[in-house]
Design a binder for this molecule. Structure first.
Ligand code: PBG
Length: 329
């Protein structure tokens, strides 16, 4: 055949493929989400095989180990004692609480680690919602927006006082990015960054996470604040608001089923984009590989490269440690 153009020339050897490769995964891209509680013993999380709910001491050891492997960022998810949960979630602003204690301990043990904290009420709320709950006269639960934002500002300030590098509001209340930015600046924390969960969908893929933290809503669902899976223009609208309100990084969550949303935001913003490969995405890969049906390393690397190709700069993934090791090998 006479052909001027042959695509296969650029695929003929590993060397050539390396030269023409457009996207790569690096250990610097990774953010490791970690679970922990106030108890002294460590628990295997049954809904997320391979993940641990650490004691404070165990978590410090883990932070040191993953730092050695090249991981430079962690995001903290506490399991709060039931006795400390309340309708107003006030434990979230306690400077002596579990999260501030862990932030201080990690920053003391591993100063180079970028400590990112989740800002939302669900671990602290006896209702299991990300915001404050009232029951309307129609009997329906309502999530209060502006009152919640006030509490979220207290929570963010509490994390900043303890030394958090970045706060990550995952609650999807309106106006929280701007309010948290003002609260941080007024308190002298202008260097603390905000990673906004900009397009956080009301997803069934969060199930294993809620199992890990026992944080599922007691009643109702999160559809009045998290986004409808059918929408992408709405993600752009959320992006424009978060940009205007001072977000430093914007996030899409989940990642794999929402690659088009990542790509769309990539076209619309100059801000860095984070993508969260959530617990259900993790569990699907683990389950399929555990039964021998898929090759775990290959599938994990491909899933993360796909997320980068879509336009993400950084990825939150429960596979971060494995990936750091595989990238080294
Ligand atoms: C809570 C929060 C959730 C996740 C991160 N922060 C759960 C939820 O919104 O119900 C999910 C993460 C995962 O599934 O891996 N604000």
């Amino acid at each position: 055949m006479e052909m001027m153009i042959r695509g296969r020339r650029n695929r003929r050897s590993a060397a050539v493929r390396g030269l023409v490769r457009e996207n790569r995964l690096a250990v610097e891209d990774l953010i490791l989400p970690v679970f922990f509680h106030a108890d002294a013993e460590e628990v295997d999380i049954s809904s997320m095989p391979g993940c641990t709910r650490w004691s404070v001491e165990g978590l410090i050891g883990e932070a040191k180990r993953v730092y050695e492997m090249g991981i430079r960022a962690m995001v903290l998810f506490p399991k709060i004692d039931d006795a400390l949960k309340s309708a107003d979630g006030s434990e979230c602003g306690n400077d002596e609480g579990l999260v501030p204690q862990v932030i201080r301990a990690i920053k003391a043990a591993v100063p180079g680690m970028c400590v990112i904290t989740d800002v939302a009420l669900d671990p602290y709320s006896s209702d299991g919602h990300d915001g404050l709950v009232v029951r309307g006269c129609d009997g329906e639960l309502k999530i209060l927006n502006d009152e919640t934002v006030e509490v979220l500002c207290e929570q963010a300030l509490c994390h900043a006082r303890a030394g958090a590098d970045i706060v990550a509001p995952s609650d999807m209340m309106d106006g929280r990015i701007g309010a948290i930015r003002v609260a941080l600046d007024e308190a002298g924390f202008e260097e603390v960054g905000i990673m906004a969960y900009t397009a956080k969908y009301a997803s069934a893929f969060y199930g294993p996470f809620r199992g890990a933290l026992d944080s599922a809503p007691k009643e109702g669902d999160k559809k009045t604040y998290q986004m409808d899976p059918g929408n992408v223009r709405e993600a752009v609208r959320e992006l424009l608001m978060d940009e205007e309100e001072g977000a430093d990084v914007v996030m899409v969550k989940p990642a794999g089923p929402y690659l088009d949303v990542i790509a769309r935001l990539r076209d619309e913003t100059t801000l860095p984009i984070a993508a969260y490969q959530v617990s259900g995405e993790y569990l699907m890969i683990k389950a399929a590989c555990g039964s021998g049906w898929l090759d775990e390393k290959a599938v994990v690397m491909e899933s993360l490269l796909g997320i980068k190709r879509a336009g993400a700069d950084m990825i939150l993934t429960y596979f971060a440690k494995d990936v750091a090791q595989w990238l080294k090998d």
